[in-house]
Design a protein around this ligand. Structure first.
Ligand code: CA
Length: 229
C-alpha cells in the first residue's frame, strides 16, 4: 500500500514515515500543500495522511482540490485542535476520517487499516485467495495453514496482489502501489520480487497462485484460467 504523508513538521513527518514503513507501507513525504498536489498528480496513492495547518496551501484546500481532480484515495486528516468546526470542515472538504494531534501511532495505523478496507472493495482484516491468507493486523501469511515468512517488500507486494485478486496488474501499476518514489522506477524490481514470492508461496503447493500474463504483468488467482493471456 502506498501512502502520501503531508506534514510540514519534519520530526512528525519522519516519525510517521518510519512507523508506516515498519508496518510495510511505501511512504512518500510532502512538506507543504503545493508539494502534496504535485505528488498526488504523479502517483496513484492508496491512502493520504494530510495535516491541516500547512505552508503554501492548507490541508482543507488541498483536500478539496484532490477531490475535484477525481482522486478518490481515502484521506485521513491530522488536526492540531480538536474543535467541532475543524472536524466538520475537514470531513466536508472530502476527508474520510481525522485524527487529533498528538496521537498514538497505533491509532493512526488502525485508522489507516480501516480506511483501506472501505468500498469499493470491502475487506475484513484477513485477505484470502484460495488457501492463501494474509492477516493485515499482525502481518501473518499462511498457505494451507502453513506459516510463510515474508520480508516487508514481499509482504507489501503480496498484500497489493491480494487486494486485487483475479485482475491482471501491469508491472507499472504494481510498482507504483508497492514501492515509494525512490524505488519503483528500478526497472525489474517487480519481476524480482514476484520471483521471491513464487518461491515462498507456490513452490511445494498446488495450484500455483501467481500467474504471469506475458507482455502485460501478473495476476493472483486460485484458478488456472490463463486463456486471456
Ligand atoms: Ca502543520
Amino acid at each position: 500500500m502506498r501512502v502520501l504523508v503531508v506534514e510540514d513538521e519534519p520530526k512528525i513527518a519522519s516519525f510517521i514515515q518510519k512507523g508506516l514503513q515498519e508496518e510495510h507501507y511505501a511512504v512518500d513525504l510532502a512538506f507543504d500543500g503545493e508539494e502534496a498536489l504535485d505528488w498526488a498528480s504523479m502517483a496513484e496513492y492508496d491512502l493520504i495522511v494530510l495535516d491541516i495547518l500547512l505552508p503554501k496551501r492548507n490541508g482543507i484546500s488541498v483536500c478539496r482540490e484532490l477531490r475535484q481532480r477525481g482522486i478518490r484515495a481515502p484521506i485521513l486528516m491530522l488536526t492540531a485542535k480538536d474543535t467541532v468546526d475543524d472536524r466538520v470542515t475537514g470531513l466536508d472538504s472530502g476527508a474520510d476520517d481525522y485524527l487529533v494531534k498528538p496521537f498514538a501511532f497505533r491509532e493512526l495505523v488502525a485508522r489507516l487499516r480501516a480506511l483501506a478496507r472501505r468500498p469499493p472493495e470491502v475487506h475484513g482484516p484477513v485477505l484470502q485467495v484460495a488457501d492463501l491468507q494474509l492477516d493485515t493486523v499482525n502481518h501473518r501469511v499462511t498457505r494451507a495453514g502453513r506459516s510463510i515468512e515474508l520480508t516487508p517488500n514481499e509482504y507489501s507486494l503480496l498484500e497489493f496482489l491480494m487486494r486485487h485478486p483475479n485482475q491482471i496488474l501491469s508491472r507499472t501499476v504494481i510498482g507504483e502501489h508497492v514501492w515509494n518514489y525512490d524505488f519503483y522506477s528500478q526497472s525489474n524490481i517487480v519481476d524480482v520480487y514476484i520471483r521471491y514470492l513464487r518461491r515462498k508461496l507456490d513452490y511445494g503447493f498446488t495450484p500455483p497462485l501467481i500467474h504471469t500474463i506475458r507482455g502485460v504483468g501478473y495476476r493472483l488467482s486460485g484458478t488456472c484460467d490463463d486463456t486471456m493471456a
